[in-house]
Design a binder for this molecule. Sequence first.
Ligand code: CA
Length: 445
Amino acid sequence: VSDGRAGPRAWVEIPPDSPFPIHNLPFGVGRRPDGTVGAFVAVGDHALDVDRGRSLLTGTAGEDGLLDATQKLNSFAAQGRRAHRAVRDRVGEVLTDPSRRDEVLPFLVPIEELTMTVPVTVGDYVDFYSSLHHATNLGRLFRPGGEPLLPNWRHLPVGYHGRSGTIVGDRSTIARPRGIRSVSGSPAAGPTTQLDIESEVGFVVGSGSIHGQRVPCAEAERHLFGVCLVNDWSARDIQAFEYQPLGPFLGKSFATSMSPWIVTLDALDPFRIAPPIQEPPVADYLTTTGPTGFDLHLEVFLQSASMRERGLDPILISAAGFADMYWTPAQQIAHMTVNGAHLRPGDLFASGTVSGPTPGSEGSLIELTSRGERPISLPDGSTRAFLDDGDTVVLRGWAGSDPADRIGLGSVSGTIGGSPDTGGLDTAPHDTAHHDTAHHHGRER
Ligand code: CA
C-alpha cells in the first residue's frame, strides 16, 4: 500500500517491490482475456482499463478513449505532454481517493490476465551508440590495435536507422537469423552462430515536429511520450561481415524487442541528473543545460532451456547504470532533427547498448565474454559465448538508487527459436568451392 514517497496512498494494494508504485502509472496496450484490445495504466499487480473505464477520464484527453484505429497509443501520444499529464493525474486521483473505489474497481484487472502488445505503431526507429564504455569496448573488439573511438564519436551522437517493422513485444520468440558471414575466412550463408543481445533504453516520441524545422535541445523533451526498455538483438558474425561502409543492416534488422509499459518523463522527473561533462565541447545545437540525464539502472538475465526445465531461475549476467551515458535523449532529438528531418508520434529511438566501466556491467554478450574468450557459466553446467536456441533473455530496468523509492521500467523478455528451414540458403553464394558449408554449420552450431 505504501511506497517510499510522500503524498496520497493508493487504496489498491501495491506490493513494496512492484515496479509500478502509485508514482509511476505507465501506459500500455494489452489484449484482454476476451481477445479485445485496450489501453491500460499499470499500478502494482493490476492494470486500470482506461478504455472501458473512460468515464473516469472526463475532461481529459482520455474521455474518448486512448487508442486509435490501429489499436495503438499513437494518437494519444501525439496529443503531447499536457494531455498525458492530465490523464495520468486523473488516474492517480481515482486510485488514491477511497470514495472512488466502487466506481474504479470494475475496470481494475490483474496484469497477469493481460497479454501486453507493442504499445505504439513505430514509424521511424533510430538506434544510437551513446555509451562511451560500450563504444570503446566494441571498437577494441571490431578494430583491434586501432583507436577504439572513431574520430566523430565525441562530436555527435552516432546512430543508424533501424527497421521498425520488426519491433516485437514482450515474450516474443526470436528466430535465429540467417545471412552471410565469414566461415573459416570465406563468406558463406547460414544461421548466425553469434546471436547476441544489446540492453538499451528506448524513448517513444509523443507530439511530432515540423518537417524542415529542427528541434532545439531545450524543446526536445516536450516531444517525448516516455521511456521503455529495448533489446537490440544482434547477429555479430553477420554484422561484422556487412557493416562497412554503410553500417548495421541484416545483423540487426531481424528483431528488436520493446517493453510494454511506457513510463512518462513526469514519473522520471525525480530521477534527473546532470549528464557527464563533454570534452571537447560539442556544437552549439548539441549544448544542453540542467539535468538532462536520468538515473536509470538496467539488468540482464539469462536462462537456458534446460535451466527452465529444471526449474532454475534466470541468472543475472549484467548490471549497468544509465547515468553516465555520454549523449542524452535531448541531444539525440536535437541531432536527429538538425537537418530538418522531423519527429512523428510513435517514433522510437534507443540509447545504444548501456555498458559500464567494470566487468559484469557490459550490456552485450560480445563484451561480457570478450567475443567468446571468457564464456559465461550457467547453473545447468553449460557455458555461453553467444545465445543458444531455447535461451531466454530478460531485460529489467528502473529509476532511482533507493529501493524504497524506485520507479520501474518493467521488463522485456525474448526466447531464441530455431532457424526456420528456408531451403537453399545454406550454400556459399557464387562459389562452388565452398560446397562443404553445411558441414561447417553443423560443427559450429
Ligand atoms: Ca544497439
